[in-house]
Design a protein around this ligand. Structure first.
Ligand code: ADP
Ligand code: ADP
Length: 237
């Protein structure tokens, strides 16, 4: 589904953050990307939804050449891919359900969008997404009243409301305590196994990567230095 072929990413200024990446990720996989800070994990993930452009090689998602996407096509493509950030990226001063409803803004006519009027079917979908991460009881709480773990579950619900085939997660549990981190990882696992959504997650906790992912990709200085099942990692590193 996701295919990197000889991909290089060079930042303005000349720094090569990805160096000849070859990587194929299939439907429904749960892949952890591990490596030291600065290795290129975040760059790798962010090329997939074209938050970063690549300079050479070929990157395709379901056969679509990501480099050529622009305008409406790019927006549609991005909606098929969920994105989860370390910092949650919620609108803090509004309710949880309104945060989830933002997933539907592109489907609204501009007037409805301006007044924040969502049809009932979208509200039901948003509530269903919140239920999938067991946070329905907070639907009308303000986002800034939630704990970090709860906020990340709301971010997951917002992503689920988009009905994505892939979820990219850039250090989603790095700012959470160990108990909340495991809880959020449990939801990634549940989403992966129950909904067959592929998960590609950057994570610097190697223990969590090995526990939850089925495949681990190790990156160092922009190169893939390990790619295999998570069970094999302990013996080979
Ligand atoms: P990781 O996620 O593994 O910590 P990153 O992908 O964030 O690594 O960064 C990889 C390398 O690219 C680092 O050396 C970083 O300093 C560099 N880098 C990241 N973003 C930029 C940028 N916008 N401009 C120039 N260099 C960057
Ligand atoms: P950090 O990795 O430091 O926690 P974020 O992941 O929140 O920071 O954001 C890093 C970059 O991603 C910023 O350049 C920001 O503009 C961009 N960004 C944040 N949210 C989105 C989004 N929903 N869609 C596209 N780009 C985003």
């Amino acid at each position: 589904m996701i295919k990197f072929k000889n991909v290089d990413k060079i930042y303005p200024g000349g720094f090569k953050a990805l160096d000849n990446i070859n990587l194929t990720i299939d439907d429904g996989e749960f892949v952890a990307i591990i490596g030291r800070s600065g290795a290129g994990k975040s760059t790798l993930i962010r090329t997939i939804n074209k938050m970063h452009d690549i300079q050479s090689g070929e990157l395709t998602v379901d056969g679509l050449n990501v480099s050529t996407l622009k305008g409406r096509e790019l927006r549609k493509f991005r909606r098929s891919i969920g994105m989860i950030f370390q910092s949650f990226n919620l609108v803090e001063r509004t309710t949880v359900i309104k945060n989830v409803l933002t997933a539907f803004v592109p489907d609204l006519n501009p007037l409805r969008s301006f007044f924040g009027i969502f049809p009932k079917e979208y509200k039901l979908k948003a509530l269903d997404a919140l239920e999938q991460v067991d946070i329905l009881d907070k639907a009308y709480a303000r986002a800034d009243q939630l704990s970090g773990g709860q906020k990340q579950r709301v971010a997951l619900a917002r992503t689920l409301a988009q009905n994505p085939k892939i979820i990219l997660a850039d250090e989603p549990v790095a700012s959470l305590d160990p108990i909340n981190a495991k809880q959020v990882m449990d939801y990634f696992k549940k989403i992966n196994t129950k909904k067959n959504i592929a998960i590609l997650i950057n994570i610097h906790h190697v223990d969590l990567a090995l526990e939850y992912a089925t495949r681990v990709v190790g990156i160092s200085e922009g190169k893939i230095v390990y790619d295999g099942p998570s069970e094999g990692v302990n013996e080979s590193v």
